[in-house]
Design a protein around this ligand. Sequence first.
Ligand SMILES: NC(=O)c1ccc[n+]([C@@H]2O[C@H](COP(=O)([O-])OP(=O)(O)OC[C@H]3O[C@@H](n4cnc5c(N)ncnc54)[C@H](OP(=O)(O)O)[C@@H]3O)[C@@H](O)[C@H]2O)c1
Length: 239
Amino acid sequence: MKVLVLGASGATGKRVVRQLMKRQIKTRILIRTKAVLPDDIQKNTYVEIVKGNVSELNDLEMQQLLSGCETIISCLGHNMTLNGVFGNPRYLVFDAVKKVIENRDQKTDNKLKLILMSTTAYTNALAQEKHSIGEKLIFSLLNLLLPPHRDNVRAANYLVTEMRNEDAQVEWTAVRPDTLVNTDHESSYKVYESPVRSPIFNAGKTSRINVSHFIAELVTNESLWEKWKRKTPVIYNAN
Ligand SMILES: NC(=O)c1ccc[n+]([C@@H]2O[C@H](COP(=O)([O-])OP(=O)(O)OC[C@H]3O[C@@H](n4cnc5c(N)ncnc54)[C@H](OP(=O)(O)O)[C@@H]3O)[C@@H](O)[C@H]2O)c1
């Protein structure tokens, strides 16, 4: 089994790579040339490092990157700088997800597993998720004013609406953490089909390390994958 991680240099991406290393899973990561990777990841023999920018790959380069990988994980997100938030690429996450799907190896019978790190700010309307008037107002403003929010919503929507055919060669899940926090150790966490608290007025916390644990379990635990595929699970720290 080989896994490709996009956004592997990010705060959650690095933790996902470490979870895969712990499980001795061969992992290919794509990082930008200037990205800084910790030593333990750089030196790990299970990790293959490819340098490049996902938004600049042509189809052939993407096909080469995907080659031999059955599972793709995206932990991509816009850098919280003026340029990262308002500059190009406006649709970093959506474009990457679409490019992965369009360039998958269509000659194999094996299904491609795609795990997208999404957010509780994405509302899965097909799962009958609804908002209060106040939430609707704030989400509309975020959509208007915050390009990274639009990108995250568009990426998850693409999977939910375009990839819902049960026979499709692509299986996916969009993992939705609430407010991300950094903690050094895993703790217990709970996973729900839909938010159980308001992401705007009563947000919960989700440790990045717990997100990474859940993502790695989705890679290795087939029954967990069966439970959450084609769904948008919401993950919160238990305490
Ligand atoms: N903040 C929250 O509370 C929250 C809650 C739920 C979900 N989320 C979402 O979760 C996702 C991951 O969050 P995170 O905090 O782990 O992300 P992060 O630390 O900001 O990492 C983002 C990753 O994307 C890469 N990236 C950024 N801009 C890029 C570009 N223009 N071209 C290529 N790669 C680029 C970064 O590469 P470099 O290292 O090279 O910059 C990095 O690997 C994001 O989509 C975020 O919106 C956030």
